[in-house]
Design a protein around this ligand. Structure first.
Ligand SMILES: Cc1cc2nc3c(=O)[nH]c(=O)nc-3n(C[C@H](O)[C@H](O)[C@H](O)COP(=O)(O)OP(=O)(O)OC[C@H]3O[C@@H](n4cnc5c(N)ncnc54)[C@H](O)[C@@H]3O)c2cc1C
Length: 499
């Protein structure tokens, strides 16, 4: 039986492990942290559970390939799906714009706000609807398809192709400017931070959301990862946790083994790096097998931006059934920077639909504030002074509570700070390059990466995970984990199986 060592037990590593076991390999996941799941996680504070990942989960619609994939890896076993009525609500000058799941409702509510935008609203809604026939491809990756499969694949994209072209060419800001009403403009613009981001980043989430393909698996991110761990172990996979891989031992283009900080060494026929790409190329391979596609992106962060988060958990002594699950509201005096400017909005998500995330009658709330260069540099510098770092986290947490009390005066005195994670938290726990929480973000000027994970010069090591395809996220992680095993099966000239 051939052996596979998987470096990293995030969603990509778990997916690779599950398919390795299903395909008759002996596998082990070597993970630096004491628990598996990587960025798909959550943590407990003061009787509350802070969900650190899933805000929307692509793959909740039965009958779609990505749903089948999540089911095969055990992620959705016996899980109830929560379907929020709105993707997000955005407040602007006393007007609330809702991105409703029901597209007709979205349309009529927007027409109610701005009848003079009728033409744009109808075009926008009709384009979102055209995406309903699209489902995330989760079968064979392109490089493994034969010509007939490729033709079928291209044909399956016939409705999506024109929409991708149309919205891939204009920025989110340009799309927003097509609308006359300032609240609609603001709502669309607020999908992405300021920058050269393609408007497709607005259309795709809304396409999957309004077609029922993305919702929320109840129980949260940590529980989802745990179900995958259980599936992996039940198939005979093994795990070595709290074990950071530091070096690959290479002879003549073949990886012979990997070495860990605790002195352990693992040998195998194949090695899958389901960890951060930068960790692979620079740390494990010591820069000796650079990848030009990745180099280009690392060296041009303006064209190929990546983002991390400040992630704040707050406990509220009360229920929030009257507030949309995800709400973006304007703030005036919060001294937190994004792209070197003070933020003008805060985005909160509450978990009122999760009874076990908070003590009875209470609600847990999270705030995510995207961080880009140069704030990522600032966090990198700040963590060197532990006291100043802790103080800054506290200051940010308190500033967010103040802003929330200004927006919701009736909640004053009932909010408590539970935790503040920073970009450096993701560096520390997941070895994430610059604390990135997805891959490279798609921009108009940047070319989309579609990487097979093969490493030039090495015949038995492959990269897997969120960095291989933009924008990353859970679907890319689970798909690329599977794809890596498909590629290994091809090399071994054996049929890939899913059951
Ligand atoms: C706040 C937040 C919100 C998010 N929201 C969503 C969402 O709503 N929807 C969505 O689809 N995605 C979301 N994501 C993104 C999603 O979590 C990630 O894209 C996905 O989990 C990445 O999985 P991965 O396996 O590719 O990488 P990771 O999760 O980074 O896993 C890599 C693993 O490798 C381990 N590792 C690293 N280096 C080593 C080493 N040297 N030795 C051993 N182990 C190592 C790490 O500890 C980690 O466990 C969110 C992420 C964050 C942080």
């Amino acid at each position: 039986m051939k052996k596979i060592v998987i470096i990293g037990g995030g969603i990509a590593g778990l997916s690779a492990g599950i398919f390795a076991q299903k395909n008759g390999f002996e596998s082990i996941i070597v993970e630096k942290h004491h628990t598996l799941g990587g960025e798909c996680t959550g943590w407990d504070r003061q009787g509350y559970h802070i969900d650190g990942c899933i805000h929307w989960f692509v793959g909740t619609k039965e009958g779609t390939p990505i749903h089948d994939l999540w089911t095969t890896v055990g992620a959705l076993d016996g899980v109830e799906i929560y379907h929020p009525e709105s993707f997000m609500a955005v407040e602007h000058d006393g007007v609330t714009v809702n991105f409703y799941r029901d597209l007709d409702r979205l349309k009529s509510s927007w027409l109610g706000i701005s009848p003079e935008d009728k033409e744009e609203i109808e075009e926008f809604c009709s384009d979102i609807k055209r995406l309903h026939s699209f489902s995330v491809p989760a079968g064979k990756p392109l490089d493994l398809m034969n010509p007939i499969e490729k033709i079928k694949y291209i044909f399956s994209m016939k409705d999506v192709g024109p929409i991708m072209q149309k919205y891939g060419k204009i920025s989110v800001t340009e799309l927003a400017k097509k609308f006359k009403h300032p609240a609609l403009r603001e709502a669309i613009a607020s999908f992405m931070p300021e920058g050269d981001y393609g408007a497709i980043s607005v259309l795709f989430p809304l396409g999957t959301f309004t077609s029922g393909q993305s919702s929320i698996p109840k129980g949260g991110s940590k529980a989802l990862a745990k179900r995958m761990v259980e599936r992996y172990l039940s198939l005979g996979g093994t795990v070595e946790a709290s074990c950071e891989v530091v070096e690959a031992d290479i002879k003549g283009g073949t990886v012979k083994g990997i070495k860990c900080t605790n002195g352990k060494r693992f040998e195998a026929d194949y090695f899958i790096a389901a960890c951060d790409a930068k960790v692979l190329y620079e740390k494990l391979l010591k820069g000796r097998y650079p990848d030009l596609e990745f180099e280009k992106r690392y060296n041009n962060p303006d064209t190929y931006p990546l983002a991390s988060n400040i992630y704040i958990g707050i406990g509220y002594e009360g229920e929030m059934n009257d507030v949309p699950r995800t709400l973006k509201f304007p703030v005036e005096t919060v001294d937190i920077n994004q792209n070197q400017k003070p933020i003008e909005h805060l985005q909160m998500t509450h978990y009122g639909y999760e009874p076990n995330f908070a003590p009875e009658g209470h609600t847990v709330i999270t705030f995510a504030i995207n961080q880009f260069e140069p704030e990522l540099d600032a966090w990198e510098a700040l963590i060197k002074d532990k006291e100043a770092y802790a103080k800054e986290k506290m200051r940010i947490g308190e500033a967010v509570i103040d802003a929330m009390e200004t927006r919701f005066p009736n909640k004053k005195g009932k909010l408590k700070l539970l935790d503040v994670a920073t970009p450096q938290t993701y560096v520390r726990y997941c070895n994430a390059y610059r604390g990135a929480f997805m891959g490279f973000w798609p921009t108009i000027s940047g070319k989309s990466l579609n990487h097979t994970g093969r490493i030039k010069g090495l015949d038995n090591m492959l990269l897997s995970g969120q960095w291989l395809q933009p924008p990353g996220g859970l679907p890319v992680a689970v798909i690329t984990g599977k794809d890596t095993i498909m590629r290994i099966c091809k090399k071994e000239k054996q049929q890939f199986v899913t059951s």
